[in-house]
Design a protein around this ligand. Structure first.
Ligand SMILES: [Mg+2]
Length: 439
């Protein structure tokens, strides 16, 4: 029997802001951009939630619900640094950690418990993680425990939703083995992974409103109507989820994507978002001493078609400049000016361990690889490229060398003074990146 713990920090961005400014404690506040910058709520404190404020809500709407709402600008570098500390702590519990977002992770703790362990033992282990995060990092989290990832995550959400009006839920919810289906049965179908508003509505038309309804429905009918997704839903509704924990070393790609609250038609806004996404990917690559050689870009139009395209670089890299340059070039090719964009994503594949390049080796390394032409491949659902890749042009190489040097200096500064002190410049800081800290 597997035992999976799901850890989710409570209102994470807000918790970090409270550490910076303790006077925010107990107050209704939201992290995000000002309403006059068309800002949205990236995270909100629990007192703000009691007024109906939610993540992803337009800040103007949040203010109308809660006029006394304090707006705090987001500081993603600080959140990433704190997230890295939390993940390091979880890795000290077990190496079987799968980070799924900036403030969420699964732990496979099966090996830490006896085969016939009582649910009480799993509860104590969950409590141990929660208390360590509180004591060592002064952060609150909620924890779900179950025999698989899906049920553990839903258990966390359930625990949070039922924690009552506290300043922070700090919930622990354990679903004992064998009780998965019974636990899920009364919940709405939308509580399942992969059930968004469209699927929820399609299921409701079949009279399937709860997960229990879904579990009782013939799986072959769901397979016929919704394909493999329908079959998976049927399994999940019965509390069955065999997906293993995927630790970082087994990961084949590092990616980051964002869905815009309002479709974006402006190049500057798209590019600034791309920069944030690349920064996020670079940060994760560097944390794990990895480099990637292929950059993949994903767009989603309002009709949900999702073209993707990728570019293979002359050499593996973890440099922001090189990856942003390639991603920008693909975006320029893929995006037709003025077309609304619903989602933007960037990923890096072709991962390898990072070689330690010194500041002085970098230009030589770039020269060596300058002879290797860049390759570009379009995925099946993307139109063929009309322009060749630019990754082998002399300008690009020069740009990359400059960026490598800059990156190296930045890293040294980060090591010495912490990540929040020095950041790359950004043309327009009032961007609409919605990497939400949902709960
Ligand atoms: Mg959270």
């Amino acid at each position: 029997m597997r035992t999976i713990i799901h850890v989710d920090l409570d209102a994470f961005f807000c918790a970090i802001e409270e550490q910076r400014d303790p006077s925010l404690h107990g107050k209704a506040f939201a992290v995000g951009a000002q309403p006059n910058q068309r800002g949205v709520v990236a995270s909100c404190s629990y007192p703000a939630r009691h007024h109906g404020v939610r993540s992803a809500m337009a800040m103007a709407r949040a203010l109308s619900l809660c006029p006394q709402l304090i707006i705090v600008p987001s500081r993603h570098a600080a959140y990433r640094a704190a997230s890295a500390q939390v993940m390091a702590l979880l890795h000290s519990v077990t190496p079987q950690v799968e980070q799924i977002s900036i403030d969420e992770a699964f732990l496979d703790v099966s090996a830490l418990l006896p085969e016939d362990a009582e649910p009480e033992a799993a509860y104590r282990l969950a409590q141990h993680c929660q208390q360590r995060i509180k004591r060592e990092l002064q952060l609150s989290c909620s924890v779900g425990v179950a025999s698989n990832k899906m049920v553990a995550k839903i258990a966390t959400d359930y625990g949070k939703a039922n924690a009552g009006k506290k300043n922070s839920p700090q919930a622990i919810c354990v679903v004992p083995p064998g009780e998965e289906a019974a636990f899920l049965a009364p919940l709405p179908t939308s509580a399942l992974w992969g059930v968004g508003p469209k699927t929820e509505a399609a299921l409701a038309r079949l009279g399937l409103n709860t997960i229990g309804d879904l579990a009782r429905h013939p799986p072959e009918d769901l397979l016929r109507r919704f394909g493999q997704h329908g079959y998976d839903l049927s399994q999940h509704a019965r509390g069955i989820d065999k997906r293993p924990i995927v630790t970082f070393r087994e990961v084949k790609s590092v990616s980051s994507e964002t869905t815009f609250v309002h479709d974006v038609t402006d190049w500057d806004q798209l590019h600034d978002t791309l920069r944030e996404l690349v920064d996020d990917v670079v940060h994760r690559l560097q944390r794990h001493q990895l480099q990637g050689s292929t950059v993949k870009l994903k767009l989603r139009w309002p009709d949900f078609t999702t073209p993707t395209r990728q570019m293979t670089l002359p050499a593996p890299t973890d440099e922001t400049g090189a990856l942003l340059g390639a991603a920008t070039s693909i975006l320029q090719q893929l995006w037709i000016e003025g077309t609304p964009v619903r989602l933007l994503g960037v990923g890096v594949t072709g991962l390898s361990s990072r070689e330690q390049l010194s500041l002085w080796d970098a230009p030589k390394k770039a020269e060596e690889h300058a002879k290797t032409p860049a390759r570009e491949a379009a995925s099946s659902d993307a139109p063929p490229a009309s322009e060749p890749a630019v990754a082998d042009s002399p300008e690009w190489q020069k740009h990359q060398e400059k960026q490598q040097k800059l990156q190296h200096v930045l890293e040294l500064l980060h090591k010495r003074f912490g990540p929040s002190l020095v950041q790359r410049g950004c043309r327009n800081k009032t961007i609409h990146i919605e990497r939400f800290d949902n709960d």
